[in-house]
Each structure stands twice: as structure tokens, then as C-alpha cells.
Design a protein around this ligand. Structure first.
Ligand SMILES: [Ca+2]
Length: 363
């Protein structure tokens, strides 16, 4: 990717500990030009998500990047939101109670900002959606051509052929606004969904965290402060000795789609009842005789496996390119990606997957 222009990315985010990791990764990757952050409720309420987004940009020294505040309610104007502060801390960032940021969000709403940027750079902007999909659905409603103008929407969301993480049916980001998710999945935009069927293979282990703690890098030190709450939650909730890197995986898949394999088909979202938030993938193998809610819907891509060997290549490329970039020399710890090629078979697909672990360390 040496001669390519950096990919313009807007991160729609509800920071969020793994959001913070994804944002730092993006800001350190020369392949990416982060042109804005838009905020949404999810891990915290939207007001706090905005405050945290501004705070993270200040930590990274990137207050030049605009933050547009997103919706405070669901697409159906619902105000009973599901907030995952028990996963990320009441402040969303590991109960560190950081001082308030100096910066302010721009006047534009998240949806208006998304529409404007898609118009400014048609086909060139990738949205990495790391929270419930309300802002993206609002952008689609605001501008009927948004789904054509946007380059790609990479969604961290869904649980495809596996249990959810809010309840057995639903993954958290889709559960946060299933109606919005269904609008986005059926919008006709170029969509890649990275669900927990994939991100649950991407584990930052307890041992990885210890390595991170030894690092003097600014981001590594910061992350070690906020990670405790996230680890405690995972230790209680799962048998995994580590934490799932949901948001960083989606971000990396957006940078380099060849990091994952995907299947193509139609996705619809259950919007009510006990299956609320369930994502169902139709692989189009059978031609149904009747006209249904699935007929003539556009196809999307759904991640099936994580491709560890290519991640090694990307890390190598990123390192080499960074060493040529003067602006990286003075400051930032570089991301390096350690890959543990412990193969996991997914019986439902026959694909080989790999357990990988992403570590932020200085080189
Ligand atoms: Ca998130």
C-alpha cells in the first residue's frame, strides 16, 4: 500500500475501552487518514461518548480531528438505551475519571457530518462503525444517495451463527438499535460486518497485558490504566483468560479487508421480541418461490475468519512505512501485531481461523 493515498476513515464510536484501542491504532497507522469521529451511545451515553472521543484525541495530540456528536435516542426515538458501563466503567474508560477535555464537538450532527463527507469525497470515505448504528441509519435517511456515495461501511456488530453477548440472541451494537441496523444492512451500501463470531477469536491475553505494562509507550501506559475494568469483566463473564478486541479487529479489517475472509449474502435484523437484535445471514443458496422480506435485498459481506498470516504482512508493511515517516519518529509507540497461530476450526464453515492478539508496544 506504499504508493496509495491514505484511506479516509470516519470512526463512529462509543468510547469505550476497545474503542480507545481502535482509535489509537487508527491514529498510528499511516495507511489511514482519520477525517472525523462521530459519537453514539452504547458503552456510555452519547454526551459522555463525545467527551471521551475529545479526550482520546487530546491524549493522542490530534485535536485537529473534528468530533461530531451523534444521536441521543434510537432511530425510532427510543430513550430506553442499553448502556454497557458495567463492561467499560461508569466513565467508559476504566473508571479513571480523567479531567474533562478542552475541546468541543463541531456544530454539525454526526449524521450531517457523515452525509457531508460522503458528498465531499464520493466513494472514498470508509465509515468504521464501532457502536449502535443509529447515526449511520440517520445519514441514510437524511440523504438517499448516502449509501451510494459512501465508500464502505465496516460494522463491528452481529453474531453470525453464534450466541450473542447481550443475551443468547443478540450482539451488543446491533441490540443497541436493531431498527437502525436493519436499515443499514438493507441500504445497498458496500457493507462489511465483523461480528463476534470473528472477534471472539481475537484475544488480548493476561500475558499480553503484562507485556503491555512493561512498555514505556504513551499509548501502552494509557491503555494499561484503563484495561483493568475490561479484564475483570471478561474474567467474570467468560472462561477466556484475556479480553476480546472487538473494535480493533473491525478497524484492522477496514484498513486491509484481506485480513479476514467473508461470505456474501443478505442480512436482516430481528427488531422485536425475545430475538430482538438477532442477525440472520441468508447465503442465497436456495431460491425461495415466495416473495418475502428477503426478496430483492442487497447483499453485504459478513466476516467468517480472521486471516493471521496477512496480519503479519500488514504489521510488517506498517512498520516499514512508519519508519520512513518523519512525523512518527518523535512520538508514538508503534503498533506491532503478535500473531499466535493457534488454529481453531469452525465446524460450521470449514474455514481455518486463527487466534490472534494485537499488542500496542513501542518498537
Ligand atoms: Ca465500541
Amino acid at each position: 500500500m506504499a504508493n496509495e493515498e491514505p484511506k479516509k476513515i470516519i470512526i463512529d464510536t462509543d468510547p469505550g475501552i476497545d474503542d480507545a484501542m481502535a482509535i489509537f491504532l487508527a491514529l498510528q497507522s499511516p495507511e489511514i487518514d482519520v477525517i472525523g469521529l462521530t459519537t453514539i451511545y452504547g458503552n456510555v451515553y452519547t454526551t459522555l461518548a463525545t467527551r471521551n472521543a475529545l479526550h482520546l484525541l487530546e491524549i493522542a495530540g490530534r485535536t485537529d480531528i473534528p468530533v461530531a456528536e451523534g444521536s441521543h435516542v434510537t432511530i425510532t426515538k427510543g430513550t430506553k438505551l442499553r448502556i454497557a458501563d458495567f463492561v467499560h466503567g461508569t466513565d467508559g474508560l476504566g473508571n479513571q475519571n480523567f479531567p474533562p477535555p478542552k475541546g468541543k464537538p463541531i456544530e454539525q450532527s454526526a449524521a450531517a457530518f457523515l452525509v457531508e463527507q460522503a458528498k465531499l469525497y464520493p466513494g472514498k470515505v470508509t465509515v468504521v462503525a464501532l457502536g449502535p448504528l443509529t447515526n449511520i441509519a440517520l445519514a441514510i435517511e437524511l440523504d438517499p444517495e448516502f449509501s451510494e456515495r459512501i465508500g464502505q461501511i465496516v460494522i463491528l456488530g452481529g453474531a453470525f451463527s453464534v450466541n450473542g453477548n447481550v443475551n443468547p440472541a443478540a450482539e451488543a451494537n446491533i441490540f443497541g438499535d436493531p431498527d437502525a441496523a436493519d436499515i443499514v444492512f438493507t441500504s445497498g451500501a458496500d457493507i462489511l460486518a465483523v461480528g463476534i463470531n470473528v472477534t471472539h477469536q481475537v484475544v488480548l491475553t493476561d500475558a499480553d497485558r503484562d507485556k503491555l505494562a512493561q512498555s514505556k509507550g504513551k499509548f501502552a501506559q494509557y491503555l494499561c490504566k484503563i484495561l483493568d475494568v475490561y479484564f475483570s469483566y471478561h474474567h467474570d463473564a467468560y472462561d477466556t483468560k484475556g479480553v476480546y478486541l472487538h473494535d480493533p479487529t473491525a478497524l484492522l479489517a477496514a484498513v486491509n479487508p484481506s485480513l479476514i475472509t467473508f461470505a456474501e449474502g443478505i442480512v436482516r435484523v430481528q427488531t422485536n421480541g425475545i430475538m430482538r437484535g438477532l442477525t440472520i445471514f441468508y447465503n442465497k443458496k436456495k431460491r425461495f418461490a415466495e416473495v418475502t422480506e428477503w426478496s430483492n435485498q442487497p447483499s453485504v459481506k459478513v466476516a467468517v475468519t480472521v486471516d493471521a498470516p496477512t496480519i503479519v504482512d500488514l504489521a510488517g508493511t506498517a512498520e516499514r512505512e512508519m519508519s520512513r515517516e518523519m512525523q512518527w519518529q518523535s512520538c508514538l509507540p508503534r503498533h506491532c501485531i503478535d500473531v499466535f497461530q493457534q488454529s481453531i476450526n469452525l465446524p460450521s464453515t470449514g474455514f481455518q481461523a486463527h487466534r490472534i492478539s494485537v499488542i500496542l508496544t513501542p518498537v
